[in-house]
Design a protein around this ligand. Sequence first.
Ligand SMILES: Nc1ncnc2c1ncn2[C@@H]1O[C@H](COP(=O)(O)OP(=O)(O)OP(=O)(O)O)[C@@H](O)[C@H]1O
Length: 254
Amino acid sequence: MTTLLEVQHLSKSFGGLRVTDDVSFTLSSGDRVALIGPNGAGKTTLVNQLSGDLAPSDGRIVLAGEDVTTASIPQRVRGGLVRTFQVTRLFTSLTVAENVALAVMQRRGLTKRMFSSVIDKSDVRDEWQGVLSLLGIGHLAATPVTKLAYGQQRLLDLAIGLAMKPRVLVLDEPAAGVPHDESPRILEAIGRMSPEIAILMIEHDMDLVFKFAKRVLVLANGALIFEGTPAEVKENDAVRAAYLGNYADARRAS
Ligand SMILES: Nc1ncnc2c1ncn2[C@@H]1O[C@H](COP(=O)(O)OP(=O)(O)OP(=O)(O)O)[C@@H](O)[C@H]1O
């Protein structure tokens, strides 16, 4: 397996508050890794550093052997490091196909001014059609974003991420806001993605996490306190104390 992402001693402080603290891990092609931790643990702050939305205070981020710690967001995307957001950032005045076509064009360095002339260009169309049908939402291509159910919007977020041709895809709570009985659709869509892609998923829905992940990273107070298989994570006392106690109690009560 090829190592795609190396996160080395990554730290971020806001004033005196250390929000990520000496975090190190690696992702290889084909990885399906979940990052969990209580509210305020620093998960989003960590992802923002990976994507380039936030500069680390310390540490290094290496993407396919290249140090991208200070690289811009577009440089990282071009290198194959792509993230989705906890809250959707869709163009609401456009259709599903147009949103994905824009991502294709952005990746290819085409400007929005050329949008109307290239959306139907066969190679651009092949790409957005391919991504939509892979995720099972090809029938929604002509639907305006405003007419989508929230779960469908989250599937469109995934489609936009895939249109960037990621080698490493970071999913920030892909099922946030989706009714619990619809979250299997999100998982199914993720399951259809190329096995070559390394996926890091932040998620609070533990059913989803344990179905998705082969490996789980646990963050508490900014530091990685445990890394292991879902079974190991469920059994670990420190993890239960920091986070999973509530989950286990809720499951027992239901
Ligand atoms: N720009 C900022 N300035 C100061 N403090 C911040 C900033 N961004 C985040 N924090 C603080 O960092 C801590 C971690 O926040 P973060 O959003 O990364 O946690 P999280 O694990 O993603 O939480 P959640 O699960 O609720 O999304 C919180 O205490 C938050 O208030």
